[in-house]
Design a protein around this ligand. Structure first.
Ligand code: DP6
Length: 332
């Protein structure tokens, strides 16, 4: 049996659109900050049939996704000349991610699942690198590759379409820059269209090719901003990329409208506050109306005060974290 704990991440340069849907090979590189909470714990044990257990009832499609993930993991391991000892497993998921706070749980879940498979291989003497573990995580959810590592993590793609043509690389660890993410969620409704659907439709937007052309520059600017701890630079490039993703989503066919009037109101207010108080805070939004306010230690108290005054919003405080970890069972 193996257990792993992991967390979500928040992207500054966002993954949107695939080169290969089944393999979740992104159309471009992306970059995120791994968060230190909320956590998801996954345990895995060999079993006669494949099953997934969680407090939340899983749909047939969700269970199928875990099965498919194991199938792809086996294909990848075969390429490495490795093999899991058993073909079926019982997966048990305990998620501490509050529902509807706009923190993608699939990144936390699949990075933890990948880590448990890696741990099982270790028991039979096979050591995978973090990069290889990130490929396994990516096969379940693209952004999960980045949660395998802590701190600031890039998901890097090669031009090819092989199963391992995209993997995570750590740009800087969690001690490099103590940034916070104050999450403000204006809506408790489940979103109608998940990111998987968004990735499928991305290429139908007339803006998608322009987005791809700009990604290379943005990714490099973001890496530079992080390495130089240049918050203004990070703010400019991360906000440009978030706006651009939503421009693509909103012009897809059919259009995907993730942001609502509350999102826009929060954005206007935070921009006014940062100008007035010279706060080091930036905004970004994933595939939902939730606003992530990323800020420095100096700005965090003012940003929290702002978030607490947001009526009818759910708020969550998190910061840069150390990525997926194996949990060693306590010895008695
Ligand atoms: C907007 O990784 O959730 O959050 O592979 O279908 O699970 P799947 O997609 P997912 O896509 C993430 C989209 C995003 C941007 C990002 O995190 O990079």
């Amino acid at each position: 049996m193996a257990t792993a704990v992991s967390t979500p991440n928040i992207a500054f340069i966002k993954y949107w659109g695939n080169r290969n849907q089944e393999l979740r090979l992104p159309a471009a590189d992306s970059l995120s900050m791994t968060l230190d909470s909320p956590t998801v714990e996954v345990s895995i044990e060999p079993a006669d049939t494949f099953s997934v257990h969680s407090e939340k009832e899983l749909s047939a499609n969700e269970i199928e996704r875990f099965k498919k993930h194991l199938e792809l993991t086996n294909i990848y391991l075969k390429k490495l000349n490795f093999k899991l000892q058993t073909s079926n497993f019982k997966l048990t998921i305990h998620s501490h991610i509050p529902p509807a706070i706009g923190l993608a749980s699939s990144a936390a879940v699949f990075s933890a699942v990948a880590k448990t498979y890696t741990e099982l291989l270790k028991e039979s003497g096979i050591e995978l690198t973090d990069e290889q573990t990130s490929v396994i995580a990516r096969l379940g959810s693209g952004s999960a590759a980045r949660s395998v590592m802590g701190g600031f993590v890039a998901l890097r793609c090669h031009g090819e379409c092989a199963i391992d043509s995209a993997f995570a690389v750590q740009v800087a660890d969690e001690n490099h820059w103590p940034l916070h993410d104050i999450v403000v969620c204006p809506s408790l409704k489940e979103k109608k269209h998940g990111s998987t659907e968004g990735h499928h439709l991305a290429h139908t937007s007339p803006h998608f090719n322009t987005r791809l052309k700009n990604m290379l520059r943005r990714q490099q600017e973001c890496i530079d901003a992080i390495l130089q701890r240049d918050f203004e630079k990070l703010q400019r490039v991360a906000e440009e990329d978030a706006q651009d993703l939503h421009k693509v989503a909103e012009t897809s066919n059919p259009p995907l409208q993730y942001l609502n009037s509350e999102t826009h109101r929060i954005l206007h207010e935070i921009i006014a506050l940062r100008t007035q108080k010279h706060l080091a805070v930036l905004y970004t939004m994933d595939a939902g109306p939730t606003v992530h306010l990323i800020c420095t230690e100096d700005a965090v108290e003012s940003v929290k005060d702002f978030a607490y005054t947001q009526k009818e919003c759910t708020m969550f405080e998190t910061k840069v974290g150390s990525g997926a970890k194996t949990r060693i069972p306590a010895k008695f």
